[in-house]
Design a protein around this ligand. Structure first.
Ligand code: GLN
Ligand code: ZN
Length: 765
């Protein structure tokens, strides 16, 4: 029988038990024993699910407190000095938590380690801190304990560990200023490998047969030093008495096959969902003594597979490899929601198109039946249902809308150019009459418990439409009056009607659906529930016009219309896989274009289209950037280019590093871009300066992540620095990001002082 297996299962629990247990523990409301018991129960449940689905091994080590990279960092004893870890003592769980979040029920608080995105997913890992003189040792026993735990439950345990090269690549340190690929990091390998060897030997002594070593960096562009390091590393790791499955995912490894084929590993896993084209080359590179694991069920998305198509896809490999072919999801199922069975509120048709982690394992089992030609009667029925679902999804009129298809087909002819910026900005200035250093905010105002309760009561029906509308209008009026009172120049309505900047629009657009339990881990105990874009996207009715024009009716000052951009909506959703992402993005862009024009018609003179996820969308390999940036920029322009010269388009992005995408940012051609810069002391403006960025820019003058009230002189100073880099007449004064997580007292004080700072700048000019 063909072997089926899994690279990792979501750890949070179908009911987000892990989140609750951890948060309760941090808050002192759960004991350590209680916490550990929750972890153990979740592991047992998840192993049972996988074993019952027919997985030959169960992964061990995919469970993690907070983050699996942090787990591995602490197992290696790589604890930064500020956490006071003794060299010879085990690393306590509270130390791991302090590294993640700065504090824990025991131990002295210290600055938390940095966190960043895991490849191109929305999962975030804790960045290992690397030091040239770091000594490594086995400093935590949890992996070995969990192997024993799985074995005691009768499972074949297959440990999953991060590969040494990937772990180093992800790490940072003062001595490695060159960045991820700094070759000096490779000098840490000898010390690191000694501990890897010990780990593998101990696992072998526990009776483990296979270990899965994850090296997702093999899908990236690697400098020669890193490629060359592979052989030495795996020569050692593959000789420790157990078999090594080298796992790669999120892209193709074709560009590294010359190195990979020489590694003495016993098996290789590749992602055929993201990179189906690599199969032939990988097969050709495989040695006769090696196993090939093909990742054919999408671990990153929620759609049911077309099993006949996948069967066709792996047929040649199955014929050639026989028992040396394994089948698996493309990557760890960490990135998928857990169980579609919980989604009782979705209609049957839509549900039939979906597959979450539990269902994906079952798909794998059915696929094995096809490959081995051994499907029993129950499997045949399940296969028939799967085929029916695939047919219905291909043909459903809920997915394919003629109006959208025709509009998209014709959209190439839609003009994306606006009048040159110089002319536009003059027209805008004549209409808006703003002072120098105009002040504005990014959109949201504090989301108080009262506002949250309003939306909740309206959703449950406890509050009627009229009462809800009245209450939201009152909040908008309060926010508008406040902004007038403190003297802001371009106002906002405050976004009280929005729970989330993507969900709000998804709920009003055709083609979106929402799950009740489709949570995935974002970081630590934080989970997100992305919308599903299952069909053609269309705007059914204006989405923001009533709130925005009401806000505008209250004041003579301009109130910004506030929309979420097409790339951000795409990036923070599960996107349909039956057409290219760029096509879905352009559909969203066209829907937003109509909204932009309706706002303009309604008398809104300034419209902001937020794109905080613009950079996140960048492909993993540099060579693929241009194509992405092309359609991402085009989508933004498609949304925004339909307006008059004197309608001002803003955008907002809140992350660092513009250097390598500044050209694309300029091509977006927003009249004003507001960005996060306060924490970098305006250093981020360097990219805009070097490029001579021509349009207006609002470098955030204070960090909204902190409740501290910024000082006026500090903000004046920051703006002076900005004015050294860019023409003063192009500068705006605003916070780093939206204020929804802040309270009113600090918001009031901070904005008052920001307005004072702008006045001081004007007077000095
Ligand atoms: N307009 C949004 C807000 O102010 C922008 C949020 C974001 O950039 N993430 O909340
Ligand atoms: Zn932001």
């Amino acid at each position: 029988m063909t072997i089926i297996h899994n690279l990792g299962f979501p750890r949070i629990g179908a009911d987000r038990e892990l989140k609750r247990a951890q948060e309760a523990y941090w808050a002192g409301k759960n004991s350590l024993d209680g916490l550990l018991a929750t972890g153990q129960a979740l592991r047992a449940r998840h192993w049972a699910i996988q074993a019952e689905a027919g997985a030959h091994w169960v992964p061990v080590g995919d469970f993690a407190w907070y983050d699996h990279i942090l787990e591995w960092t602490t197992l290696l004893g790589a604890v930064p000095a500020r956490f006071g870890q003794a060299d010879d003592a085990p690393v306590e769980l509270d130390t791991l938590f302090r590294m993640a979040r700065g504090r824990a029920p025991s131990g002295t608080p210290a600055a938390a380690c940095e966190m960043t995105k895991w490849f191109d997913t929305n999962y975030h890992y804790i960045v290992p801190e690397l030091h040239p003189d770091q000594t490594y040792r086995i400093a935590r026993e949890s992996l070995f304990e969990q192997v024993a735990e799985a074995q005691a439950l009768g499972h074949r345990a297959r440990p999953v560990i991060p590969g040494p090269l990937t772990w180093l690549w992800l790490g940072k340190g003062d001595a490695y200023a060159g960045g991820a690929d700094d070759a000096a990091k490779l000098e840490l390998l000898p010390g690191l490998l000694a501990v890897y060897e010990q780990v593998l030997q101990r696992l072998a002594a526990q009776g483990v047969e296979w270990v899965q070593i994850d090296e997702p960096i093999l899908v990236l562009d690697l400098p020669p030093a890193w490629r060359e390091a592979l052989a030495g590393v795996y020569a050692r790791l593959a000789e420790q008495g157990l078999k090594v499955l080298l796992a790669t995912y999120f892209g193709s490894v074709e560009h590294h096959l010359d190195e990979i084929r020489r590694l003495p590993v016993q098996g290789l896993h590749v992602d055929l969902v993201r990179a189906p084209g690599q199969q032939a080359a990988v097969l050709a590179a495989l040695r006769d003594d090696q196993v090939l694991s093909l990742g054919v069920i999408d671990g990153r998305n929620v759609w049911r597979a077309d099993l006949d198509r996948v069967h066709e896809q792996v047929r040649a490999a199955a014929q050639r490899l026989g028992g040396r072919l394994w089948l698996a999801p493309s990557c760890s199922l960490l990135h998928a929601p857990i169980d579609l069975g919980l989604e009782t509120a979705l209609d049957n048709e839509l549900r039939s198109w979906l597959s979450f982690a539990v269902q994906k394992l079952d798909e794998l089992r059915l696929l094995r039946g096809l490959v081995d030609d051994e499907a029993d009667e129950a499997d045949q029925r399940a296969l028939a249902a799967a085929r029916q679902a695939v047919r219905s999804r291909a043909a459903s009129s809920r997915i394919h809308r003629r109006d959208v298809a025709e509009r998209l087909a014709a959209s190439g002819a839609v003009r994306r150019e606006r009048t040159p910026f110089g002319e536009r900005i003059a027209a805008q200035q004549a209409r808006l009459g703003l002072p120098r250093y105009p002040t504005t905010t990014i959109g949201s105002f504090p989301q108080t418990p009262e506002i949250r309760a309003l939306r909740r009561d309206w959703r449950t029906g406890a509050l009627g439409d009229a009462a809800y509308e009245k209450a939201i209008r009152q909040e908008i009026e309060r926010v508008v009056r406040f902004q007038e009172e403190i003297g802001l120049d371009v106002l906002v309505h405050g976004e009280p009607e929005r729970n989330d900047m993507v969900e709000y629009f998804g709920e009003l657009l055709a083609g979106f659906a929402f799950t009740a339990h489709g949570w995935v881990q974002s970081y630590g105990s934080r989970c997100v529930k992305p919308p599903l874009i299952y069909g053609d996207v269309a705007r059914l009715a204006p989405m923001t016009v009533a709130w925005s024009s009401y806000a505008q009716s209250l004041t003579d000052r301009p109130v910004k219309g506030m929309l979420t951009g097409p790339v951000t909506i795409l990036q923070w959703s599960f996107v349909r896989d039956d057409q290219p992402r760029e096509q879905t993005c352009r559909q969203i862009a066209l829907a937003l274009r109509d909204e932009v024009q309706d706002l303009e018609q309604a008398g809104v003179t300034v419209i902001q289209i937020d794109e905080p996820a613009f950079r996140e969308g960048l492909p993993l390999r540099r060579g693929d950037w241009a194509a992405y940036l092309d359609w991402a920029v085009d989508s933004f322009r498609l949304s925004t280019s339909g307006v008059r010269d004197d309608t001002q388009i803003h955008t907002h992005m809140c992350y660092s590093e513009f250097n390598d995408i500044i050209e694309a940012i300029a091509e977006m051609d927003a009249d004003v871009i507001t960005i996060e810069t306060s924490r970098s002391n305006m250093e981020l403006l360097g990219a805009f300066e070097a490029f001579s960025y021509p349009n207006d820019i609002g470098p955030g003058v204070y960090d909204i992540h902190s409740p501290n009230v910024p000082r006026e002189d500090w903000m004046v100073d920051l703006m002076r620095r900005a004015a050294q880099r860019l023409p003063a007449e192009r500068l705006w004064v605003n916070p780093d990001c939206g204020l929804k997580t802040r309270g009113w007292p600090e918001t009031r004080a901070a904005l008052q002082s920001m307005v004072q700072a702008a006045r001081a700048l004007r007077e000095a000019a």
